[in-house]
Design a protein around this ligand. Structure first.
Ligand code: SAH
Ligand code: DHB
Ligand code: MG
Length: 224
C-alpha cells in the first residue's frame, strides 16, 4: 500500500461520509494563508474526534495544541449550547488564527483559546479548580506527553476520555531503543498508563492523508 492509495481512500471517505463543510475548509485555508504548518488532523480524524465527543455526551472539552482551530471546530460541534471547549496554544499567532476560525464556525460562545505554555495553562486550570473535562485531546509538543497525561489525570473524572495524537509516528513507536524524544515520550506515557489502575487504554494505528500514525485512547475509570 502506498501513500497515494491512503490519500485516495481518505478523499473518498471525506466525500462519502465525513462531509467537511465551508467553515472547516475555510479554517484550513486561512491557516495556510497565515503560514501555519499543514499538520491539523485530517477530516476523517476530525470526524472521529467529533463522534467520540458526541458519543460520550461531552460537555467540557480540553485541547492541548490548537494550531488553527481545525480539530477544535470538529470537537466543539459536538458540544451542547452551554458546553465549553478550552484549547491551549503556545504560539500567539496560531492562537489568533484559531480564535478567528472558531468565531467563523460560530463557536465563539463555547470555545476559548488560551495562549501560553500548555504546562502553565494546565497548572492554572488545576489551581483554579476547573470543573473536570469529559474529553481531553493531547496534540502539542510530543516530548511533553507524559507531563500532559499527568495534568489530564488531574483535570478529568471517572468516565472521561483522553486521546493522544501522533503516537505511532510511521512505526517508530515499535523501536524500544529509539532515541527520538517523541517516541521515548509516548512509550513512557504508555508505561504510565499501564501502571495506573484508574486508566484503561488502547491505541489505534491509522493510515490516510497524513501518512502512517495513530491515536492512543485512554478511559479514566477511577480518580488518581
Ligand atoms: N490540534 C490541532 C493541531 C495541533 S499542532 C489540529 O489538529 O487542528 C500542535 C500545536 O501545538 C502547534 O500549534 C504548536 O504551536 C502547539 N504547541 C507546541 N508546543 C506547545 C506548548 N508547549 N504549549 C502549548 N502549545 C504548544
Ligand atoms: C506534527 C504535529 C502533529 O500534531 C501532527 O498531527 C502531525 C505532525 C509535527 O509537528 O510535525
Ligand atoms: Mg497531531
Amino acid at each position: 500500500m502506498t501513500q497515494q492509495q491512503w490519500s485516495a481512500v481518505d478523499a473518498y471517505l471525506d466525500e462519502a461520509l465525513v462531509g467537511e463543510d465551508a467553515a472547516l475548509t475555510a479554517a484550513l485555508e486561512t491557516s495556510a494563508k497565515a503560514g501555519l504548518p499543514a499538520i491539523a488532523v485530517s477530516p476523517t480524524q476530525g470526524k472521529l474526534l467529533h463522534l467520540l465527543a458526541a458519543s460520550i455526551g461531552a460537555r467540557r472539552i480540553l485541547e492541548v495544541g490548537s494550531l488553527g482551530g481545525y480539530s477544535a471546530i470538529w470537537m466543539g460541534r459536538a458540544l451542547p449550547a452551554d458546553g465549553r471547549l478550552v484549547s491551549l496554544e503556545i504560539s500567539p499567532a496560531h492562537a489568533a488564527v484559531a480564535r478567528a476560525n472558531l468565531h467563523e464556525a460560530g463557536l465563539e460562545k463555547v470555545a476559548e483559546v488560551r495562549t501560553g505554555r500548555a504546562a502553565d495553562s494546565l497548572a492554572e486550570l488545576v489551581d483554579d479548580r476547573a470543573e473536570p473535562f469529559d474529553l481531553v485531546f493531547i496534540d502539542a509538543d510530543k516530548p511533553s506527553n507524559p507531563e500532559y497525561l499527568e495534568w489530564a489525570r488531574k483535570l478529568t473524572r471517572p468516565g472521561s476520555l483522553i486521546i493522544v495524537d501522533n503516537v505511532v509516528r510511521g512505526g517508530a513507536l515499535a523501536d524500544a531503543d529509539s532515541t527520538d524524544p517523541a517516541v521515548v515520550a509516548v512509550r513512557r506515557m504508555h508505561a504510565m498508563v499501564a501502571a495506573d489502575p484508574g486508566l484503561e487504554a488502547t491505541a489505534v494505528q491509522t493510515v490516510g492523508s497524513k501518512g502512517y500514525d495513530g491515536f492512543t485512547l485512554i478511559r479514566v475509570t477511577a480518580t488518581a
